[in-house]
Design a protein around this ligand. Structure first.
Ligand code: PLP
Length: 395
């Protein structure tokens, strides 16, 4: 497959180092083009929250597919978009939440930035060093997890201030610039699964209130149960103004959501933003089913419980194999830091030969992440840990 890939797909996508193709997925398993079963601890980069092809998600999407694929909310009202708004309102980390839907995490971030700028009537955005918010030009302007992502695209958005995780610097910017919003990931996703910390987030909330800026949480990767709460914000007792969601929200269907407090959303004038495909009926139906499955199967609680188990087991491995520098994370969003990208590449490749799919993260790719579907069973975690330990022995 790799040869065909090279013939017809853009080399910009060419980060794959293994000729690994997939034909289907079920639960936590993928069937490779080689006919073998692979245990998937990547979830398609934290997107297959209810596992691959969860029957309830498939049913909801298939039923919608037969009824109506597309109309656009600008043309007519339709049930799945509104139903998704109602479902998200119930679990949102603030009262009276309203949604704007798009197709991806980057676009959810774009929407969040635009909403902040528009409603605050100020141009400035503060983001943090090492953050990843996406690849569209606006989201890229606030992305610094890998500087190579920006190479060739500068200059990007003006009035963007990239701050270190330093409250003095943030306050200085808030004092001296016209800042509409401060955007932060509660756990740096592509930045290496580093925790931002409760004190920092709480202080950020206070500063935003003091200087009339909106606090935007990018929960594209951490949201919808991944960290053992519906939203990672809940771990920190911090109430954001806007939340960007995507990835796991629709079990892998392309959907991004900008979720905001009603009083902020209500200031966004009709037509000030929009999208033809945003809130596509099939993606919204899949998202509603995803939320229902997460609720019915208590996957948020499971993520918290199994995440603790996974972290403990990985920390036990760290004691045995000092090549592991740190284990960190929350719920089923766990990073194992080796501080060595060559090692990580070899370990990930080794695991793949043993039918375990893992992916790396971090500025230099020195961290292996464990992000299985939230439906993962303890036995599957043990199976993954067994293969991972074998890699630690053999690499
Ligand atoms: C925290 C965060 N924000 C935004 C994005 C961008 O999402 P997408 O790739 O769907 O545009 C990602 C993707 O990894 C992410 O992890």
């Amino acid at each position: 497959m790799l040869e065909r890939f090279k013939t017809v797909l853009s080399p910009v996508l060419g980060r794959y180092f293994a000729d690994f193709g997939v034909v289907s997925g079920k639960g936590c398993y993928l069937t490779g083009t080689d006919g073998r079963q692979y245990l998937d601890f990547s979830s398609g980069i934290a997107a297959a929250s209810t596992g691959h092809c969860h029957p309830k998600v498939v049913k909801a999407a298939a039923e919608q597919l037969k009824k109506l694929i597309h109309i656009c909310i600008g043309v007519a009202l339709y049930e799945p978009y509104i139903k998704l708004g109602e479902e998200l309102k119930k679990i949102a980390p603030f009262e009276n939440a309203k949604i704007f839907c798009c197709q991806s995490g980057s676009e959810a971030v774009e929407a969040a930035i635009k909403l902040a700028k528009y409603t605050q009537n100020k141009p400035g955005i503060i983001a943090f060093e090492g953050a990843f918010h996406g690849r569209t030009l606006g989201a890229l302007s606030i992305t610094t997890s890998k500087m190579k992502y920006r190479d060739g695209y500068e200059p990007l958005l003006p009035e963007v201030y990239i701050s270190p995780f330093d409250l003095v610097r943030v306050e200085e910017l808030l004092k001296t610039k016209a800042i509409a919003g401060v955007i932060v990931e509660p756990i740096l996703g592509e930045g290496g699964y580093k925790m931002v910390g409760i004190d920092f987030l709480k202080a950020l909330r206070k500063l935003c209130d003091q200087y009339s800026a909106l606090l935007i949480l990018d929960e594209v990767q951490t949201g919808v149960g991944r960290t053992g709460k519906w939203f990672a914000a809940e771990h920190f007792g911090v109430v954001p103004d806007i939340v960007a969601l995507a990835k796991g929200v629709a079990s892998g269907f392309p959907l991004g959501v900008c979720l905001a407090k009603g009083e902020i959303m209500d200031k966004w004038s009709p037509g000030a933003h929009g999208s033809t495909f945003g809130g596509n009926p099939v993606s919204c139906a899949a998202a509603v089913a995803t939320i229902q499955v997460i609720e019915e199967k208590k996957l948020v609680e499971k993520s918290a419980k199994l995440g603790k188990y996974l972290i403990k087991k990985l920390k036990d491995l760290q004691k045995k194999y000092p090549v592991i520098k740190e284990v960190r994370g929350l719920g089923l969003m766990v990073g194992v830091d080796f501080g060595d990208s060559d090692y990580v590449k070899k370990a990930v490749n080794y695991c793949l030969t043993k039918q375990l799919v893992l992916i790396s993260t971090g500025a230099d790719g020195t961290v292996i992440r464990f992000i299985p579907p939230l439906i993962v069973k303890k036995a599957e975690i043990d199976q993954a840990l067994g293969i991972f330990e074998e890699a630690l022995i053999n690499v």
